[in-house]
Design a binder for this molecule. Sequence first.
Ligand code: ADP
Ligand code: ASP
Ligand code: MG
Length: 413
Amino acid sequence: MAQDELKGKLIVQKYGGSSVANVERLENAASRIISYVRKKNKVVVVVSAMGDTTDELIDLAKKINPNPSEREMDMLISTGEQISCSLLAMAIHKKRKEAISFTGPQVGIITDTFHTQAKVLKIETERIKKELGEGKIVIVAGFQGLSTNAEITTLGRGGSDLSAVALAVALEADACEIYTDVEGIYTADPRIVPEAKKVKYITFDEMLELASRGAQVMHTRAVEVAKKFNVPLHVRSSFSKKEGTIIMENAPYIEEAVVRGAALTENEAKVTLCNLPDKPGIAAHIFNELASKNINVDMIVQNVSHEKMTDISFTTPKKDLVKTLKISKRISEKIGAGEIISDEDIAKVSVVGVGMKSHSGVAAKCFSALARNKINIDMISTSEISIACVVKKEAGKKALKVLHKAFKLDIIK
Ligand code: ADP
Ligand code: ASP
Ligand code: MG
């Protein structure tokens, strides 16, 4: 919905780290929020930690203990958002409007018990509704909740997006706006591909795929929840008044592009379990164990077996590598398998588009473009609407640019 159209509505707005990075930006955010309140809207604001605060807190922890307890990590990193939400309330007070800040636990954001990667189970909205009813702007610290064990949890990196979407669902908000440091969703990360174009619309499915394949502009689970409850999201810049991108179910595309966007991630590692017995149940055993520890596994490749032995390779987030290797080692010893190899010098480049469902030759075009540029592909995975290739880390950015150009994403309107 255009900014001018929002009158007398309930709006959830999320301001990302760079949108509240310093005093001036906090004051800008305060002015924008007040401009909505002046139009008789009720506003619930979700904030991220200021600038690089979360990274700095993580670095600090690692200096003290390279393998810190996840519970203590959550105690630590949840503090970043508490700083920005209270400061934003103060900035609004200075402009003579009523606002009140809360932590996630204070407003009943209840999660499961998986520290650093918790899922939102429910939100008890009474307190927020009461404060809104009293005419206050409600500011909620993003990225955090209270587990069913009464512990502070965080929702995974970038999780303030999820806090905002979950609140929009629970409050049945009329609009959910995600303010960030780019003007919307682009055909690729504009910091890596300067020719990338902003798209006006993108479907939930395409955004989900892009996010899970490295487009950090939206948190994957936030898009998942928005899709599930059909909450359109308006991603836009906190530095301008321009309309951004609407993420929605049936995007009104004028023309169906085969590829809507491309993404890159350098945050994954490849793990290979060598010389596994090639018999039923082995893969199930490995991946069940990893799943039970909440470790996401993406690409899985099993080699042709030789003499009833086989190798299995998969990718996993680098942050989970230590845990993954520990579990893999334990399983390998138990079943009498061979060595375990890991490689952190990989990148995964992907192209995404709903139009792929009805077009053939996308994979061939993708592989040819990489081959012409002498980029070797290590692993491949495809879905109905995406193709992903693992390449060497040093080739990742080039591969993204090559695919962006090959699919003419720099000239879409
Ligand atoms: P915030 O702190 O506001 O949550 P993030 O850093 O999480 O912001 O996300 C915004 C960043 O996402 C942008 O600065 C951009 O570099 C990156 N990004 C990656 N892929 C895309 C894309 N397809 N479109 C727009 N931004 C993208
Ligand atoms: N501050 C958290 C992070 O940096 C959450 C967020 O920014 O959404 O991951
Ligand atoms: Mg973010």
